[in-house]
Design a protein around this ligand. Structure first.
Ligand SMILES: [Zn+2]
Length: 77
């Protein structure tokens, strides 16, 4: 039982590491050059923009930026 639990944890850690190493799209310049710099800290290697995001992926920041742009484009009802 103990070994099964350990294998499960290791699998989840691998998934987290994969997300941490991946490059993400920059909400500022749109290039896929955003890398994790520290806990919830992200930096774009293309334009140098620094921003805070999720601990393991900047999805929080990118998502809110996209929502902001969408609401700006959407015509008022
Ligand atoms: Zn950028």
């Amino acid at each position: 039982m103990g070994s099964r639990y350990g294998a499960k944890i290791r699998k989840r850690e691998q998934a987290v590491l994969k997300r941490q190493r991946a490059l993400y799209e920059c909400p500022k310049c749109g290039k896929k050059k955003v890398r994790r710099r520290g806990y919830a800290k992200w930096e774009c290697r293309a334009c140098g923009a620094e921003f805070a995001g999720g601990a393991y992926s900047p999805e929080t920041t990118v998502g809110s930026a996209a929502r902001k742009i969408l609401s700006a484009i959407a015509p008022p009802k």
